[in-house]
Write a protein that binds this ligand. Structure first.
Ligand SMILES: Cc1cc2nc3c(=O)[nH]c(=O)nc-3n(C[C@H](O)[C@H](O)[C@H](O)COP(=O)(O)OP(=O)(O)OC[C@H]3O[C@@H](n4cnc5c(N)ncnc54)[C@H](O)[C@@H]3O)c2cc1C
Length: 422
C-alpha cells in the first residue's frame, strides 16, 4: 500500500458524492434509527476485496437517493444520533446488511466494543488502597504498540509497572523496520489507539516515521515512557511459588539484574524475528542478500538489478518505492497476490468517519457519547485495532543490525549485577 494521491479538502456534498455507500447507509441507520435502510433496495452486494467498490453494487438511482438522504441529514449541522447503542441484535443486522454476508453472531459484541458503543477500559468498581497495589508490580517485556496500550491501561488503574525494551527506542515493529515504503497496510483510522486524542494522520496508510512519532507521542502523553527501561533485555524468567513472584533476569548495558514482579507480560511481538528465504545455489550468489526487516541506510540500490522474493504487503510497499532507482526489479511470486491494483483515491473512505461526529469540538463531544470508533468502521466490518495481544514468552534474536544493542556488546569493565524486588 502506501501509494496514494495527496488528500484534498472536500466540502460535505463532494465528500458524500465520493463516499462508500456501505458507510453512508450505516450512518443513516445510526443517525436516524430508520431500519428501512437495511432492507432492499438498499442492500449492498458482498465484496470481499481489500478495497471494495464504493458503489456497493447498487443501481445509480438508489446510490443517489442514499447520498441525498445523508446530505439532508447534515443540512443543519450535525444531528444527534438516534441510536446510542444498537445492542448485539441490531449490530449484527447492520453488519450483515452492510457487508452483504452472514456475519457470525460473536462479531457483534466485539464490534460494539471496537466502535466504542460499549466501554472497553477496565475500571475499578471500588478503588483499592494504593499500598497493596504496590505489591502487584507488572513487568512488561517489549515496548511496541501492545506494551504502550497495556501501560496506559495499568496507569489508569494505578497498577505499578515497568516495561523493559531491548532496543534503544520504543515502537517495536515501527522502530525496527526501515525499508523504503515501510508503513501500515491497515487503514490508520483503525490502526490507531482507541484512547486519547484522534490522530490527524497525513495519509490513509501512514508510513513508518509517522507511526513511530505517533507511538512516541502517545507514550509521552500517557506517561508510559517514564516506565520504560531501554537497552534492557529479558533473558530468562522463573516463577517462584513460595514468594509468588516472577524472578526475571535482565541484561542491561551495565550488567545483569534480577527483577521480581507479581505479573509478567510478554509483549515481544511476533514479526521481529526475520526469517530469510533460502534458495538453491544461494552460496554461489555474488550479490548482496537482504531482509527487509534488517534494512539500513547504508544499502544502496541505485542502478542495481534487484530480485524481490515474496508478494505480501512488504513487497507491495518496497517494489514501487525502489523501482525508479534500480536498473531492474523482478518479483518472485509463489502464490498469487490478494490485493487489487491501486487506482482509486482513498479520500472517499474518510467520509464516514468525518461525518459521524468528528472534526468539530461539538462533534468530538458527541462522538464520545455515540461511540468514538463508530466512524468508518462501519465499512471495515472487522476493524483491526491495537489491543494487547499477549504472545508466549520466547527468546527472540535481535534483528536490529543498524546499531548493535547493548546485550550484544561485551560486558564493560566494572559491570555489575543487582537485584530489584517489587
Ligand atoms: C513491516 C510490517 C508492517 C505491518 N503492518 C501492519 C498493519 O498494517 N496492520 C497491522 O495490524 N499489523 C501490522 N504489522 C504487525 C505489527 O507487528 C503489529 O501491528 C504491532 O506493531 C505489533 O506490536 P507488538 O507490540 O505486539 O510487537 P512489536 O512491535 O514486535 O514489539 C515487540 C518489542 O519487544 C521487544 N522485545 C522482544 N524480545 C525482547 C526481550 N527479550 N527483552 C526486551 N524486549 C524485547 C522488541 O525489541 C520490540 O520492540 C506489521 C508488521 C510489520 C513487520
Amino acid at each position: 500500500m502506501n501509494i496514494e494521491t495527496p488528500r484534498k479538502q472536500l466540502d460535505l456534498s463532494s465528500a458524500i458524492a465520493e463516499g462508500d455507500i456501505r458507510v453512508l447507509l450505516m450512518v443513516l441507520v445510526h443517525m436516524t434509527g430508520d431500519l428501512g435502510w437495511l432492507e432492499p433496495p438498499y442492500t449492498p452486494k458482498r465484496d470481499v476485496r481489500l478495497i471494495p467498490d464504493p458503489r456497493a453494487g447498487l443501481p445509480e438511482a438508489i446510490q443517489d437517493q442514499i447520498r441525498a438522504a445523508v446530505l439532508k441529514l447534515f443540512a443543519n449541522g450535525e444531528p444527534e444520533p438516534a441510536i446510542t447503542d444498537p445492542g448485539d441484535e441490531l449490530m449484527l443486522r447492520m453488519m450483515r446488511a452492510g457487508l452483504g454476508e452472514n456475519v457470525a453472531p460473536e462479531y457483534a459484541p466485539l464490534m460494539r466494543e471496537e466502535m466504542g458503543f460499549i466501554p472497553r477500559d477496565a475500571r475499578w468498581k471500588t478503588t483499592p488502597p494504593a499500598e497493596p497495589l504496590q505489591k502487584d508490580h507488572v513487568l512488561i517485556v517489549g515496548a511496541g504498540v501492545c506494551a504502550i496500550a497495556l501501560g496506559v491501561g495499568l496507569g489508569r488503574l494505578g497498577i505499578p509497572y515497568t516495561i523493559v525494551e531491548k532496543n534503544a527506542e520504543l515502537g517495536g515493529t515501527w522502530y525496527i523496520n526501515r525499508y523504503p515504503g515501510c508503513g501500515v497496510d491497515t487503514p490508520n483510522h483503525s490502526y490507531s489507539f482507541s484512547f486519547g486524542a484522534r490522530n490527524q494522520w497525513s495519509r490513509y496508510f501512514a508510513q513508518r516515521e509517522e507511526l513511530l512519532d505517533y507511538l512516541k507521542k502517545v507514550a509521552l502523553e500517557h506517561d508510559v515512557r517514564s516506565h520504560i527501561r531501554f537497552n534492557t533485555k529479558l533473558t530468562s524468567s522463573q516463577w517462584d511459588e513460595t514468594e509468588r513472584r516472577w524472578i526475571s533476569t535482565l541484561q542491561t548495558g551495565h550488567g545483569t539484574e534480577t527483577l521480581q514482579s507479581a505479573v509478567l507480560v510478554s509483549a515481544i511481538g511476533q514479526l521481529n524475528d526475520p526469517s530469510r528465504a533460502h534458495f538453491k545455489g544461494e552460496e554461489d550468489f555474488q550479490g548482496q542478500i537482504l531482509h527487509t526487516a534488517l534494512w539500513s541506510e547504508d544499502i544502496k540500490l541505485e542502478g542495481k538489478r534487484v530480485a524481490v522474493i515474496g508478494t505480501g504487503a512488504t513487497a507491495m510497499q518496497l517494489v514501487p518505492s525502489i523501482a525508479d532507482r534500480v536498473s531492474s526489479v523482478t518479483v518472485y511470486q509463489r502464490s498469487a497476490q490478494w490485493a487489487p491494483a491501486r487506482h482509486r483515491d482513498f479520500r472517499a473512505r474518510l467520509v464516514g468517519e468525518r461525518y459521524c461526529g468528528r472534526g468539530s469540538s461539538r462533534g468530538r463531544a458527541r462522538t464520545a457519547r455515540c461511540g468514538r470508533d463508530a466512524r468508518s468502521a462501519w465499512r471495515a466490518g472487522a476493524a483491526t485495532s491495537l489491543r494487547p495481544a499477549y504472545v508466549n514468552a520466547r527468546s527472540v534474536s535481535h534483528p536490529d543490525t543498524r546499531r548493535s544493542p547493548p546485550h550484544r556488546r561485551r560486558r564493560p569493565a566494572g559491570a555489575r549485577s543487582r537485584s530489584i524486588r517489587y
